[in-house]
Design a protein around this ligand. Structure first.
Ligand code: NDP
Length: 250
């Protein structure tokens, strides 16, 4: 296989949770361009259908916090496309609140989506992959799983992304004997609805502190995602690939 062919995903079935906007939409586009049949799994059905139409992919209404919704998604994808070869656990939420001001429901909401939701998807789709003896999972972690962001405090989010990284390693170790690879992609600041990278109060720490002195656009992360999802990374499992413009160097 040539080097560039190892990045191809022709005939593969890929699911991207939260694939209807931001980084997830960029991942959906990248996987589709690499040849995969991609399914967007998110809650906002009109938005998912619109984006799916634009990108020539399909969409299934899914709430990752509800294990029965994830199981129903798996069934629908199986009927329409076949078993899932690639799972991208991208759905995530973030709130800015200092520790003593975090409302209980905010803490719960972050963990429900970022950790329990990812766990639901790994378990439901992972069971199918383990029984088939093949599959690739890419969990979207974060720079926030490695450093504490400033000036805004976001303890729930930071802890949830550290959990994503360690869960990635745990599942990678457990499922390697079954032919299932599990890696994480940890982006730095990327311009999306989740990250207000343009706001002046964040410029000092988010942009000027970073070696590259800028944020990323979502499509810049697509090639790294395709690398992790494809045979190009065939000997890689349990890794956290940091793509942050050098932010975590200082
Ligand atoms: P956005 O807020 O733009 O998108 C979040 C996506 O998650 C939406 O598509 C949303 O779709 C989906 N989602 C939220 N809750 C659920 C749920 N319960 N079930 C299914 N889907 C859900 O965020 P980003 O694109 O910025 O972030 C994507 C991922 O990248 C997240 O995991 C985030 O933590 C991570 N990340 C982002 C960085 C950044 O700078 N932007 C940096 C590092 C990591 P819907 O509402 O339709 O369900």
């Amino acid at each position: 296989m040539s080097v560039l062919d190892s990045f191809r995903l022709d005939g593969k079935v890929a699911v991207v949770t939260g694939g209807n906007r931001g980084l997830g939409m960029a991942f959906t586009r990248a996987l589709a361009e690499a040849g995969a049949r991609v399914v967007i799994a998110a809650r906002d059905v009109p938005r998912s259908d619109r984006v799916a139409g634009e990108l020539g992919v399909s969409a299934v209404a899914t709430d990752v916090t509800d294990a029965s919704s994830v199981a129903a998604m798996l069934e629908t994808v199986a009927e329409q496309h076949g078993p899932i070869d690639i799972l991208i656990n991208n759905a995530g939420v973030c709130f800015h609140s200092p520790a003593l001001a975090v409302p209980a429901e905010e803490w719960r909401a972050v963990w429900d989506v970022n950790v329990d939701g990812l766990w639901n998807c790994c378990r439901v789709v992972g069971a199918q992959m383990v029984s088939r003896g093949s599959g690739v999972i890419v969990n979207i972690g974060s720079l926030s799983g490695l450093v504490v962001n400033r000036p805004q405090m976001q303890p729930a989010y930071n802890a949830s992304k550290a959990a994503v990284h360690q869960l990635t390693k745990s599942l990678a170790a457990e499922w390697a004997p079954y032919g299932v690879r599990v890696n994480a992609l940890a982006p730095g600041y990327v311009k999306t609805e989740l990250a207000p990278v343009d706001r002046p109060e964040f410029r000092r720490h988010w942009i000027e502190d970073a070696p590259m002195q800028r944020y990323a656009m979502p499509d810049e992360l697509g090639p790294s995602l395709v690398y992790l999802a494809s045979d190009a990374s065939s000997f890689m499992t349990g890794a956290v690939l940091v793509v942050d413009g050098g932010y975590s160097l200082f």
